[in-house]
Design a protein around this ligand. Sequence first.
Ligand SMILES: O=C(O)CCC(=O)C(=O)O
Length: 350
Amino acid sequence: MENSSAEPIGVRFLRGDLSHLSPQSIGFARRLVASFTSRVVPPTAFGVDLVYLKNRLFYLSRSQGAFLGEEFPSSDSRPPVYPFDQCDRWDIQALPQRCASQHSQQRGLWVIPGALDAKACSAVVATVATLTKHDEVQGVDGVAVVPPAKRPISLAAPAAATTWAWHEYGPARWMVPLQPSAGVCSAFARGPLSTLSSHSCTDARGWPELSALASVGGDALRGLEAIPAKAMPGAFAERPALFLQVQRLQRGASIGAHVDQHDVGGRAIVTAVVAGGGGDVRVGGVSFAVRAGDVYALVGEARDAVDHEVYASAERDDRLSVTVRFGGRGEDVFAYPAVQRSTSSSGPVA
Ligand SMILES: O=C(O)CCC(=O)C(=O)O
């Protein structure tokens, strides 16, 4: 491939700029760096962040195949593909802070820049560290793996856990689930939620409960759960929170283009970036940078009719995000949950 930059290719490679490489060279370099990092394992060498480089190479080598099309029975029914350079760029930092704004063209795409302040973000990071016993990973270094729910799933709920080690959902990508403040809907947990592979098909009634997180971070997460109904009532009022997903993305990694599963992914979805960040998110034909503290939401067309993806950030920090998935209203096809264990309210508004 032509090197149009005045900078030598080697220098651009070491900077982490891989745009000039062919897929074959990326694949080869990825294997080389992966084998080097798995044996030598220094996070940096000669000023190069090897972890970042390994993850960037891995995800670049997969970038054309990452679209998760399982929700679409045929290629005709898939959402249109929007190349990044043809997207409408949305400068969300120019919008009013702590206020919800909807994109004028991509309906159902909302953002709340600065919804969480730095203190709330650090508190969430600390709470997640406690919850995961300082980043334990299931199946690694003797950490127990939480087994999938036994079928048929019993009516009796298991006791809710108080800690939960990360589940490695993909390379450099880990998840921890949480029950919402009001507890998970039992019918939902025993139904679609028990098939959710990002939480290894576990019984959600055994997941840690948000209501039990007695910490400032717990308060911040309860506040986050309450924001959408207050800040975007037209889109979120009367939608119960189904569950929360804490997600860690190691620097250099990305989340490929996908549409969240219709039945289990929630009818309206809110994500807050609490650490790392600075990277771009694309929703259909709109791209925007999301910093720690920012929230974005997908509902209606933005949730169902177009795909979304998270690009690797140029910043060299791991990214931590929290996604809250909200259920349907009466008219929705997937109107879980029918019944909640108790009602919850309150929490700071954005
Ligand atoms: O972390 C994010 O920004 C969104 C995550 C996401 O799209 C997903 O897990 O499906």
